[in-house]
Design a protein around this ligand. Structure first.
Ligand code: ATP
Ligand code: MG
Length: 298
């Protein structure tokens, strides 16, 4: 068995799309670090949770090898490497523990603008360039398509122009990169977001408690993201109509005391528009205030 460790180690992207949001999320979870000079390793100060700053491609492997306990990585990257392992008969070594609210993108087929898309059958015998060969291979196999998968590590979108492939499968968020290369998106292979990834086997030493605490804080942030606390004053007779104007699932609570109009608060599972707020005001509420929920422990 691996030696017991008492510090948790999290791998995040050093530079790139996920680097800043990953760090911000972990900071919101109450973590802070003493920056080391080379900044590949950040020593945790507020809690025994250290950061390793790496290329996103390395994150699944670092978890598989037990070098890191957790990682923040695109689901696309995690699933590509998981499928590649399976395709050569290896067992699963990591899993997605939580989807995170950033890094949204789609893995899509992009075809030359002048082609008319008539469905997946037109992919038979074509050459498809991608950085996600395992996902693409599995996707084609599921549909009984025989095509050549051309693996490229970067600049996939120029492959059709260079003649190294007929079409591509690449990550798309706005579609601007495809359009700039005279390609158009036609089919979604995968919807992806950043995820918190961890090992398949549970930790048994003191890192298990640290991981549980981190997950609970993360869930607290996620659960409160959309929540709003609405506060207002209103006479008791106005409450039924005000209650019907609050978002579904809102919990209305009258604060203790005898003052009239009474002071009330409602925990709402979603936000309120200005228009909703004005309707509530017309129904008899005054001194309205909408507060964002920053943290919560259920
Ligand atoms: P690294 O140097 O760490 O290997 P990279 O070039 O592989 O960096 P980025 O371009 O920073 O990675 O993208 C990281 C992740 O961001 C992707 O794996 C994907 O999950 C997500 N992402 C979101 N939108 C896009 C997009 N439009 N194009 C590419 N990736 C995107
Ligand atoms: Mg990468």
């Amino acid at each position: 068995a691996a030696p017991a460790r008492d510090r948790l180690r999290i791998a995040i992207q050093k530079k790139g799309r996920l680097a800043d949001p990953a760090r911000a999320l972990l900071t919101a979870c109450g973590l802070s670090w003493r920056e080391s000079r080379d900044k590949l390793f950040c020593f945790g100060e507020s809690l025994p949770v250290d950061l390793l700053l790496v290329r996103d491609d390395d994150i699944p492997g670092l978890i598989a090898d037990g070098v890191c306990d957790l990682g923040i990585v695109g689901f696309n990257e995690l699933d590509e490497q998981a499928k590649a392992r399976r395709q050569i008969g290896m067992s699963d070594a990591y899993q997605s523990l939580r989807a995170l609210p950033f890094g949204d993108c789609r893995l899509m087929l992009g075809i030359p603008e002048e082609w008319e898309w008539s469905g997946v059958d037109m992919l038979q015998g074509k050459r498809i360039a991608t950085s996600y060969p395992a996902i693409l291979t599995a996707w084609l196999a599921e549909r009984g398509i025989k095509a050549d998968v051309v693996e490229l590590s970067g600049s996939v979108e120029i492959a059709p122009k260079l003649g190294t492939a007929d079409l591509i499968a690449d990550l798309v968020s706005s579609g601007a990169t495809l359009r700039a290369n005279q390609l158009k998106p036609v089919e979604i292979l995968m919807e992806s977001t950043a995820v918190l990834a961890g090992p398949v086997d549970e930790l048994t030493d003191s890192r298990a408690g640290l991981m549980a605490m981190l997950l609970r804080r993360l869930d607290g942030i996620n659960a409160s993201r959309e929540q709003k606390l609405v506060m207002f004053s209103a006479a008791d007779e106005a409450l039924p109509s005000i209650g019907s104007l609050l978002p579904a699932g809102a919990e209305l609570i009258r604060l203790p005391g005898t003052a009239q109009p009474a002071r009330l608060q409602a925990m709402c599972p979603s936000g309120l528009s200005w228009q909703q707020l004005e309707e509530i005001e017309r129904a008899g509420a005054s001194q309205l205030m909408v507060l964002a929920v920053e943290k919560s422990l259920a």
